[in-house]
Design a protein around this ligand. Structure first.
Ligand SMILES: [Zn+2]
Length: 65
């Protein structure tokens, strides 16, 4: 089967693209908000998130307190 599941991939909260977290880390395409790490496909997505984290973060997931 050509499809290879990669559960380690994370999703860019801005554009919903799957992102390799290691690559994002190497490129500095990550940030943290509310104790959760987010990764991005590009600097543009990261900048959009940093500008309005509340718009992208915590929409589907919220930290269990
Ligand atoms: Zn993106």
């Amino acid at each position: 089967m050509p499809y290879e599941a990669e559960p380690m991939d994370e999703v860019d909260p801005v554009c919903k693209m799957e992102v390799d977290p290691e690559q994002a880390h190497d490129l500095g395409l990550e940030t943290e908000h509310g104790g959760i790490r987010y990764v991005f496909c590009s600097k543009a997505c990261r900048a959009a998130f940093v500008a309005e984290p509340a718009r992208y973060a915590g929409v589907e997931e919220r930290p269990a307190l």
